[in-house]
Design a protein around this ligand. Structure first.
Ligand code: ADP
Ligand code: ZN
Ligand code: ZN
Length: 732
């Protein structure tokens, strides 16, 4: 008796056996393809399951098996290689396979909708619409405009209307009048047309030929190139080669690196045939993009983290740009690393993967130095820019205004007066991180977290940066009713005020997630700064990724110390990456530019290293330290986390888990904890954790399976939740 083994999106980490639907003939059952969707009754719910295999037997007796419901697909909608990747990832990250497989489908196909023919969602004139004279609908200008576009002939993609500012609502009105109808535009017209590339410099040429040398079968490469060294041009020429082979390229970029600027570089080289997967797409667009990738209609697929789960008909090349970026690791739910999965996927697809960065993660660098990855290096800036010089400003005993010393203020003024732009980096948004009563010492705390509230003066609110809590800014102390409330510490709003006071003659642009809320805000800013007029950019991490500001000649880090005393073993690596990336914004046009770091610790060894050594040199030294400490990449970590309504349940659970598992762990594994998490209470939940350190990946995998199997058996009281994080990036 054939058994259908299904992955079903539930929190259970297993596959589920069902009997085939009664009406299915043996021949139909034999023809079923893994990856097909079927409706199933699961408990009291109707869910969608994904066929993993047709098995010949089950551990359960046939009488205990339910019959599966309707078959939704006659052929699998994901490629066998992507199915393989999903199952590998479910096992590696110890996540329920059904939840992983869902990511391989666009939202509509996750809940039982039928699959529609390939193509882009488009609109065309109805019979009645065709009979209408030109210039009709004069009383409704937007509808008339839409009609006019349709009257020019053929079908028009929904995205074209959206780009012209014509909303779906307008088109729906035409549909209701019986003038327009929906259709699917066949994808034939989408092949990219590569334009000519730049003449490569010798480093770039060596990188391209090094990577193409083993093109056509599995190979991983690190492209380590200083900021502005022309990594993007290398990607573009590799993609051109891939397209010439009739293959598709997948490009992953960090969450906030997916800017119109980035896309424009791809569009102007390749024209059409690019699909972009990002959070701004509506369901129809997402469906069309997924379909174009899956059927091979799109030559180039660009997306953030989750795009790694997009089926490709003929994959030839996978690129991960800014591969060190933490947004490639999902930090909740299914905690996968898209960068690591990109390498695994290239192995499964038997194709080339390129990880590019000016500041490679130590994991990646380690693989390259060990010879597991090819290693291409670009050590010089392409074009005319030179790498900027970095200097420290010792701010001890200095009078600071908005966090800026007199030396920094002078440098800002000098740069503006010379007609250049200034970029100031301060990685703390809001006005101040603390509000305190001068009379009694009260400090504004978040009620739900072990954290202080941040003062946001523009919004006149106190906000917690760890949860959604917020309240109006008080006028008096809630404890003693005194009205002398002090703000301590510095945020971008405060520095912005000082900059406006002192440099009022020049525009000041604050760039953080508060000021960049609206959709077009970043683009408007980039356009304005692009004019090259002198101005000041003041911003957080947001400023350091994906953007090119060629007119910036001075970059300053207002508080370099903020990064210096991290408890995390990756603290120094993060600091070096961030400062190098910030510094890399300077001197992109001609002049070398200058980078200034304000610090109270100009003699701290890490600060000295920042000033003296390139990232490449620092990274190699940090790798030696990791070798000694056995920390990743020279060892592996797993983190088990719990959250619960009280302080003791989580530690008791992890303590019990430790006792059950510790004698059976592979040799060389070490458990640390249970301990309260660094931020013990967040959003009203108490959090604790148990860390496992292993010497290699095989041990870590064995330990992960054991710990998850044991944790699943333990009773979870008081609403306790637990999760496992394989290769955690964040130990908090
Ligand atoms: P990266 O991605 O490494 O930071 P970019 O790709 O942004 O660097 O390149 C920096 C600048 O150098 C861009 O303006 C780019 O157009 C230019 N550039 C890159 N390669 C070349 C080349 N071979 N010849 C001339 N200019 C180049
Ligand atoms: Zn008080
Ligand atoms: Zn909070």
């Amino acid at each position: 008796m054939p058994i259908l083994r299904l992955a079903i999106p539930t929190p259970l980490r297993s596959l589920f056996d069902y009997l085939p639907p009664a009406q299915m003939s043996p021949a139909e059952i034999a023809a079923l393809q893994p990856g097909c969707r079927l409706r199933v009754n699961f408990g009291r719910r109707q869910l969608q399951g994904y066929l993993i295999e047709v098995a010949t037997s089950s551990e359960l007796p046939a009488s205990a098996l339910k019959e599966a419901g309707e078959l939704l697909d006659t052929e699998a909608l994901l490629t066998p290689t992507l199915l393989q990747l999903c199952l590998w990832a479910a096992d590696y990250y110890q996540h329920p396979p059904g939840e992983v497989l869902e990511l391989a489908f666009p939202p509509g196909l996750r809940d039982g909708k039928p699959h529609q023919p390939p193509g882009a969602a488009s609109w065309t004139l109805s019979q009645r619409g065709k009979g209408l004279p030109e210039g009709a609908l004069g009383r409704s200008p937007r509808q008339a405009e839409a009609l006019q576009l349709l009257q020019q002939g053929g079908a028009v993609a929904g995205t074209v209307f959206r780009e012209m500012g014509i909303s779906t609502a307008i088109l729906r009105q035409l549909e209701q009048k019986g003038l327009a109808e929906r259709c699917i535009l066949p994808p034939a017209a989408m092949a990219p047309q590569p334009g000519p590339g730049l003449a490569l410099n010798p480093d770039q040429a060596a990188a391209v030929s090094g990577i193409l040398a083993d093109y056509g079968s599995f190979a991983s490469h690190l492209l380590e190139g200083v900021t502005g060294s022309g990594k993007t041009e290398v990607y573009l020429q590799l993609i051109t080669h891939c397209l010439q082979q009739g293959q598709q390229a997948l490009v992953l970029i960090p969450e906030i690196g997916l800017t119109p600027q980035t896309l424009e570089r791809f569009r102007s080289r390749f024209g059409q045939g690019i699909v972009v997967l990002h959070s701004g797409l509506n369901a129809t667009e997402r469906y069309a993009a997924w379909e174009a990738a899956r059927t091979g209609a799109a030559g180039i697929v660009i997306g953030t983290r989750s795009a790694i789960f997009t089926s490709l008909q003929r994959p030839g090349l996978i690129i991960v740009d800014e591969e060190h970026d933490s947004s490639f690791k999902q930090q909740d739910g299914f905690r996968y690393s898209a960068r690591d999965l990109a390498v695994k996927r290239a192995q499964i697809e038997d194709c080339t993967v390129v990880l590019g960065s000016a500041t490679p993660a130590l994991e990646t660098l380690h693989n390259a130095l060990q010879g597991r990855y090819g290693h291409q290096q670009l050590t010089l800036r392409a074009g005319s820019g030179e790498l900027p010089a970095i200097a420290a400003i010792d701010v001890r005993k200095q009078e600071l205004q908005g966090g800026m010393s007199a030396a920094l203020r002078d440098a800002v003024r000098g740069t503006l007066e010379a007609g250049h732009q200034v970029l100031l980096f301060l990685n703390r948004r809001g006005y101040a991180p603390t509000l305190q009563c001068h009379d009694c010492g009260w400090i504004a705390q978040c009620r739900a977290c072990d954290a202080r509230m941040t003062v946001h003066r523009r919004q006149r609110r106190l906000r917690c940066h760890h949860c959604t809590a917020g309240e109006g800014l008080p006028n008096q102390c809630p404890q003693c009713h005194g009205n002398r409330l002090l703000t301590n510490g510095l945020g971008t709003e405060q520095t912005e005020d000082v900059l406006r006071l002192q440099f009022g003659a020049w525009p000041v642009h604050r760039v953080d997630s508060d000021s960049m809320q609206s959709r077009g805000a970043m683009q408007a800013l980039v356009d304005e700064v692009g004019t090259g007029q002198p101005c000041i950019l003041l911003g957080t991490q947001m400023l350091t990724k994906g953007h090119h500001f060629p007119g910036v000649n001075l970059v300053a880090v207002i508080d370099a110390d903020a990064l210096l005393f991290s408890a995390d073993f990756r603290g120094e690596e993060r600091m070096a990456q961030l400062l190098t990336q910030v510094a890399g914004r300077a001197g992109r046009a001609g002049d070398a530019g200058r980078v200034l770091l304000q610090t109270h610790y100009p003699d701290h060894p890490v600060m000295l290293a920042m000033l003296r050594d390139s990232y490449a040199a620092q990274a190699r030294r940090m790798l030696e330290q990791r070798q000694q400490s056995g920390m990743p990449p020279c060892g592996r970590l797993l983190l088990l986390r719990t959250d619960s309504a009280d302080a003791t349940t989580g530690e008791a659970f992890l303590g019990a888990l430790r006792r059950k598992a510790q004698d059976r762990l592979p040799a060389g594994c070490q458990l640390i904890g249970p301990l309260p998490s660094p931020l013990q209470r967040r959003a009203g939940k108490f959090r604790s954790q148990l860390l496992l350190a292993a010497t290699d990946v095989r041990q870590a995998q064995q330990a992960a399976r054991l710990l998850v199997a044991e944790a699943t058996q333990l009773p979870a009281r008081n609403g306790l939740n637990w999760s496992i994080d394989v290769d955690p990036l964040d130990l908090g």
